[in-house]
Design a protein around this ligand. Structure first.
Ligand SMILES: C[S@@+](CC[C@H](N)C(=O)[O-])C[C@H]1O[C@@H](n2cnc3c(N)ncnc32)[C@H](O)[C@@H]1O
Length: 202
């Protein structure tokens, strides 16, 4: 079974509908940028946005130098609306993206990323999908890469959201990775964790 975003690909004709579909709450972008900066994000860093949707993270895109924001997203219609959304927001930076549902990050032709953002994605995924995503992703992380993930820290299971407590999420990490909870505000109470390689890993 796949998550609803991939099992039932929807088509959008307006940025408003696309934004609503990825969760609304446009101010999430500023809360996210604040947390990323607190972890050291600088404009010259590269960042991969996994499940980027309709580029709700426009302030992150605008903050980074041109050519430093990369995205992978499974729904081409969301991406197309996202390009319009960036224009509406006055962002003249152009994302480097690929539309792909199997985390084929190599298509972006970037050997590794300084930061990876996975926002509002794992709460729609099954355990198998989370495991699969991490296994693909960790091929593109270097020792200094910071993987930032938002999640719901309880066992809620409903039509739209799946709680994946921190203690459970940590079990998906290979031995050479470690994680920590980091500061983040989300109006619906999502939490944020940062995954890095352990200092002694090969
Ligand atoms: C709730 S939305 C969040 C979008 C964006 N990260 C944000 O915060 O605005 C979840 C996104 O993950 C994408 N997604 C889910 N599974 C995916 C997969 N296997 N490959 C690529 N994208 C995926 C969905 O298409 C959707 O755009």
């Amino acid at each position: 079974m796949k998550n609803p975003y991939i099992e039932n690909i929807k088509y959008f004709t307006s940025t408003k509908d696309a934004l609503h579909y990825v969760g609304g709450i446009p101010e999430v972008t500023s809360h996210t940028l604040k947390s990323l900066k607190a972890q050291g994000l600088q404009p010259y860093h590269t960042l991969l946005d996994v499940g980027a949707g309709c580029f709700r993270m426009h302030t992150v895109i605008d903050y980074l130098n041109q050519g430093h924001y990369f995205a992978i997203e499974g729904n081409s219609s969301l991406v197309n609306q996202g390009l319009d959304y960036l224009k509406e927001k006055g962002v003249d930076k152009v994302p480097i993206y690929t539309v792909n549902q199997d985390f084929e990050i190599g298509l972006l032709e970037e050997p590794y990323f300084d930061f990876v953002l996975i926002s509002g994605v794992v709460c729609h995924m099954t355990d198998d999908e989370i495991e699969h995503m991490f296994s693909k992703l960790f091929q593109f992380t270097a020792h200094h890469t910071k993987v930032i993930v938002t999640f719901i820290d309880n066992n809620t299971v409903d039509k739209n959201f799946r709680g994946t407590p921190y203690t459970h999420l940590k079990t998906f990490l290979p031995d050479e990775y470690e994680s920590t909870l980091i500061s983040y505000y989300h109006p619906r109470g999502l939490k944020m964790m940062m995954i890095t390689r352990t200092i002694n890993s090969a």
